[in-house]
Write a protein that binds this ligand. Structure first.
Ligand code: FEO
Length: 167
């Protein structure tokens, strides 16, 4: 497997694990803020990001490439509000999307069809991830971000079910 692609995927593994770590920290913040629905949503999101990293690790292993796990920085643990949490989530997802698009382009340039097909899966996934975060932001903005409105959004978030896909 091309070294440039290997390096890019190793970086992506780090980015997915950083997202997992960041969302776990957000889940803890929500729990402390007495928002169990928000905490549940973020816990599931954290698990989903870990699954994204594992999917890349499996792909590298299957192709005989070298996985190099890197250290993760401490995630942000304090937030201004649930709206702040989901705004930062969307920002993070946009960075992930840009990174996935870069690997997709790289796989075209280096002629690596398998990576290209895998990146197609992540491209579709990112559309979903950005939409999910945007939807919650819109709900929080409509609800006014406190009191009964916030309680209703929290109840809605409590209904999220796991979407971790294994292939
Ligand atoms: Fe795996 Fe949300 O990016």
């Amino acid at each position: 497997m091309n070294q440039t692609i290997q390096d890019a995927i190793n970086e992506q593994i780090k980015l997915e694990l950083m997202a997992s770590h960041a969302y776990l920290a957000m889940s803890i913040y929500c729990e402390e803020a007495n928002l169990p629905g928000c905490a549940h949503w973020m816990r599931l999101q954290s698990e989903e990001e870990r699954a994204h990293a594992l999917k890349l690790i499996d792909f590298m292993n299957d192709r005989g490439a070298r996985v190099i796990l890197q250290g993760l920085p401490q995630p942000q643990i304090e937030f201004e509000s649930p709206l702040d949490v989901f705004t930062k989530t969307l920002e993070h997802e946009r960075k992930v999307t840009a990174s996935i698009h870069r690997i997709y382009q790289l796989s075209q340039k280096e002629y690596d069809p398998s990576t290209q097909v895998l990146m197609q899966w992540y491209i579709n996934e990112q559309v979903e991830e950005e939409k999910n975060a945007s939807d919650v932001i819109a709900m929080l903005q409509m609800a006014g971000g406190s009191g009964v409105g916030l309680l209703m959004v929290d109840r809605e978030l409590a209904g999220r079910t796991g979407e971790v896909e294994e292939e």
